[in-house]
Design a protein around this ligand. Structure first.
Ligand SMILES: *[C@@H]1O[C@H](CO)[C@@H](O)[C@H](O)[C@H]1NC(C)=O
Ligand SMILES: *[C@@H]1O[C@H](CO)[C@@H](O)[C@H](O)[C@H]1NC(C)=O
Ligand SMILES: *[C@@H]1O[C@H](CO)[C@@H](O)[C@H](O)[C@H]1NC(C)=O
Ligand SMILES: *[C@@H]1O[C@H](CO)[C@@H](O)[C@H](O)[C@H]1NC(C)=O
Ligand SMILES: *[C@@H]1O[C@H](CO)[C@@H](O)[C@H](O)[C@H]1NC(C)=O
Ligand SMILES: *[C@@H]1O[C@H](CO)[C@@H](O)[C@H](O)[C@H]1NC(C)=O
Ligand SMILES: *[C@@H]1O[C@H](CO)[C@@H](O)[C@H](O)[C@H]1NC(C)=O
Ligand SMILES: *[C@@H]1O[C@H](CO)[C@@H](O)[C@H](O)[C@H]1NC(C)=O
Ligand SMILES: *[C@@H]1O[C@H](CO)[C@@H](O)[C@H](O)[C@H]1NC(C)=O
Ligand SMILES: *[C@@H]1O[C@H](CO)[C@@H](O)[C@H](O)[C@H]1NC(C)=O
Ligand SMILES: *[C@@H]1O[C@H](CO)[C@@H](O)[C@H](O)[C@H]1NC(C)=O
Ligand SMILES: *[C@@H]1O[C@H](CO)[C@@H](O)[C@H](O)[C@H]1NC(C)=O
Length: 665
């Protein structure tokens, strides 16, 4: 694999030429050309001659002929895509001819006569073209459809039309010269996980949009388009491909890390963060979201948790890029934002949340466990950033505040009869989000408490996934992404692997109502594609960045490559195979290549890893008592051991380079 990894770094400078050499590029779902033709016909209604001319096999055809009223073809692109439709009309017989194009992500909403939905009631109308004469036709970029797998072409007039060269111009990730040119890769012994990793990466590509094609909210059903300018720059990372096409900082907490380990196209998250900061209030509040229809200047909307997610997003952007100048340039925004939240801590020791806005879960408010665990986590990140910037003004305050929250949450919100945290003091709700955050943030008071939360969360699974009772009868791939992190942090990697396999792969990819390529935003615990916060099922987004947690989590927690300071100057390699027989992953930061490849052998984990020259890090391996590990690295340095520390062996102060790890009994 090392030879291939050399090609990875070259790909930075010459992505097009070297893209085929990226390991495992055969799993990448992004198209190699931006002009797409459908692979298959899903159904034909009325009279359509030579319909196959509209598919990729139809290059030798003259054209598909639509005869009379209600002749239509529904095409299947085989995966979720985004773009503008274009076609050629070869001949027209009729004086008042029309073609309408209808789009849907899920097969549940296929219809020649209407799209799925963007609004909370009704269905979107087809995109209509009056056909006056033969020639080329095409939608402008504001009339792109942001997510669809199926497209119907409906001829609703009485004459006859011949249509050819029907294509979709793929408009996602507009800055990518070659959308297949990833810098990161993943592979494991589980084909299910491999597919999930790449589907997550692809989902975020669909959610990366041209900055002037934002907002699907509050449109007319008969005249939908995306024309809001969200921020400066060429492209930005939004919540969903079809909708809302707005910048939500909570979603970015999941989508940015997964973008980083795959395409590494972080210009889109920088523009998103810039937009959030540009709307910060003088008291420090950061916006719940950015984009119309709300004019932020006159009706600012705030969320305690999403405010914290903006701070988290800034942290992650700095860690992935090492851009210390950027961090310094936003440091006063950051400290103002953090200290605003510090000011909400009351004499209980917990923050008192006064905004109910969150990820459409209910019950947010008061001494909420989710909010306080996110806050606890952010205080730790804030200290890390303060040390990087060299401004220790608030380090003492933030450190003390964090320990106050930790002890207050454990004494006021822990319920030992359930082995879970309550949502708040008076609540009988035991949320998925707050308990997951409590585990991986380290707010829990012991490893055994973490492990018992993992037990309790797993006990609630059903065949469709891990429920989020704080959002009704809902499975949330957003909240469940945090649950995956919790199982890893609690030492139950096998549970994270299992949940990813049956929820993200078996259901979210393989179910025939899904796109088999991108991840849905939420659904019901009974497996219906009803997301409780919405009254209109066709509205649900099937390409939502907040559902892509496994992509970064399998890289960071499975292959175990973690960056602990800007750009990965410091790192920890801590693999957890969770029952897999092999796992490997790689990505790049501006400092260089990070990669790791592990195989489970009888003595322990054998493997190789690479980190950039000049960096420093720690290796943490699961240890098998009685066996010996040999770690060979740069300069011939060889560590033999292990010196056991419980069930792991830890080697500190490794310098960046290529390492091999071998166990023997
Ligand atoms: C279109 O054709 C399909 C399959 O032949 C059929 O099931 C469906 O009812 C038809 N729909 C309309 C609107 O005619
Ligand atoms: C064509 O289909 C539309 C939509 O279902 C329906 O309203 C209309 O009556 C149909 N027209 C004919 C001529 O069948
Ligand atoms: C055009 O349509 C009319 C009526 O539908 C038909 O009589 C005529 O033959 C058609 N002409 C051609 C050139 O196909
Ligand atoms: C595809 O759409 C983009 C953005 O609207 C446009 O710049 C480009 O020229 C189109 N490509 C083709 C081949 O039509
Ligand atoms: C978007 O389109 C609407 C309706 O045509 C128009 O009123 C509005 O000015 C447009 N906005 C932008 C930013 O172009
Ligand atoms: C936050 O940062 C933005 C962009 O850098 C700046 O324009 C704004 O004034 C800052 N807001 C506050 C409240 O400091
Ligand atoms: C939180 O603050 C609000 C507003 O000041 C207050 O009404 C509420 O009682 C407080 N909640 C708790 C749990 O102290
Ligand atoms: C942190 O600072 C705020 C004021 O900025 C103060 O109210 C609070 O008591 C301090 N907390 C600690 C733990 O020092
Ligand atoms: C997940 O674990 C359950 C219970 O142990 C098991 O029945 C199931 O087969 C596992 N699923 C996968 C996809 O491994
Ligand atoms: C972080 O990296 C720097 C430079 O490589 C090194 O001096 C420092 O000791 C490292 N810190 C830790 C905690 O490993
Ligand atoms: C790493 O090495 C430095 C210098 O040799 C030493 O001061 C430090 O204690 C070591 N750190 C760890 C975590 O072993
Ligand atoms: C790791 O080995 C590869 C192949 O020999 C080499 O190209 C690369 O520079 C090495 N990396 C480091 C950090 O030394």
């Amino acid at each position: 694999m090392l030879a291939n990894k050399g090609a990875l770094s070259l790909s930075l400078f010459s992505s097009f030429v070297f893209s085929t050499q990226i390991p495992y590029s055969e799993y990448i779902l992004a198209p190699s050309s931006r002009l797409l033709t459908a692979g298959e016909i899903y159904m034909i209604n009325g009279t359509v001659q030579n319909a196959a001319c509209l598919t990729s096999d139809g290059s030798a055809c003259g054209g598909a002929v639509f005869v009379g009223v209600n002749s239509s073809v529904t095409l299947d692109f085989g995966k979720n895509i985004a773009g503008t439709v274009q076609f050629n009309v070869d001949s027209v017989n009729g004086s008042n001819e029309f073609l309408g194009f209808s789009f849907t992500e899920s097969s549940e909403w296929i219809s020649p006569y209407e799209c799925d939905a963007t609004q909370n009631s009704g269905r979107d109308a087809p995109l209509w073209f009056p056909i006056g004469s033969s020639g080329s036709y095409g939608a402008d970029k504001y009339h792109q459809r942001g997510g669809f797998r199926y497209m119907s072409v409906w001829h609703n007039s009485s004459g006859t039309l011949s249509l050819s060269d029907l294509k979709v111009n793929w408009t996602a990730s507009p800055s990518a010269e070659d959308p297949k040119s990833y810098l990161g890769y993943f592979h494991s012994s589980s084909e299910k996980l491999n597919r999930v990793w790449y589907a997550g990466a692809y989902t975020n590509q669909l959610c990366t949009i041209s900055t002037d094609t934002g907002s699907a909210l509050s449109l007319s059903l008969d005249d939908w388009y995306y024309n809001a300018t969200l921020t400066n720059g060429a492209e930005t990372l939004v919540d969903g491909a079809k909708r809302d096409r707005l910048i939500w900082p909570g979603d970015v907490v999941i989508s940015q890390p997964s973008l980083f380990v795959s395409t590494n196209s972080l210009d889109s998250t920088k523009t998103a963060i810039d937009a959030l900061l540009a709307n910060q209030q003088s008291n420090g509040q950061l916006p719940y979201y950015v984009g119309p229809p709300i004019d932020l200047g006159s009706s600012f909307t705030w969320s305690f948790t999403y405010h914290l997610h903006s701070l988290n997003d800034i942290h992650d952007y700095y860690i992935y890029t090492g851009d210390i100048d950027y961090l310094k340039s936003v440091w006063s925004n950051y400290t103002l934002g953090m200290n605003y939240i510090v000011g909400t801590v009351d004499n209980s020791g917990l923050a008192n949340v006064t905004s109910s806005n969150d990820w459409l879960r209910s019950g947010m408010g008061g001494h909420n466990i989710e909010a306080n665990a996110i806050f606890y986590y952010n205080l730790g990140l804030g200290v890390r950033l303060a040390l990087a910037v060299g401004d220790t003004t608030y380090v003492q305050n933030w450190t003390t505040t964090a320990s106050t929250i930790q002890s207050a949450a454990n004494s006021l919100l822990w319920d030992s009869s359930q082995n879970l945290f309550k949502d708040n003091e008076e609540s009988t709700l035991y949320p998925q989000d707050g308990n997951s955050w409590a585990v991986f943030s380290g707010l829990v008071s012991s490893a055994s408490q973490a492990s018992s939360i993992s037990d309790s969360l797993m006990a609630r699974w059903n065949e469709y996934g891990a429920p989020a009772p704080e959002a009704g009868a809902t499975v949330s791939p957003f909240s469940s992404s945090f649950e995956l992190k919790a199982h890893y942090a609690a030492g139950h990697a096998d549970r994270a692997v299992n949940l990813t396999e049956f929820m993200w792969h078996d259901f979210m990819l393989e179910d025939p109502r899904m796109t088999n390529s991108s991840f849905i935003e939420g659904y019901s615990t009974n497996g219906s594609l009803h997301y409780e916060p919405y009254s209109n099922d066709p509205r649900v987004s099937h390409a939502h960045g907040w559902s892509t947690g496994p992509t970064s989590i399998l890289t960071f927690n499975g292959a175990g490559i973690q960056l602990t300071s800007g750009g990965g100057q410091n790192w920890t390699i801590v693999p957890s195979l969770g029952g897999l027989s092999s796992i490997e992953a790689g990505f790049e930061s501006p400092l260089g290549i990070f990669s790791a490849s592990w195989t489970q052998n009888s003595g322990g984990l054998d493997g190789d890893f690479e980190t950039p020259q000049g960096s420093t890090g720690t290796l943490v391996l699961p240890a098998s008592q009685g066996n010996t590990v040999t770690i060979s690295g740069p300069g011939g340095n060889t560590v033999q051991g292990p010196s056991f520390n419980g069930s792991t062996v830890t080697v500190n102060n490794l310098t960046g380079g290529n390492y091999t790890v071998r166990w023997s009994s």
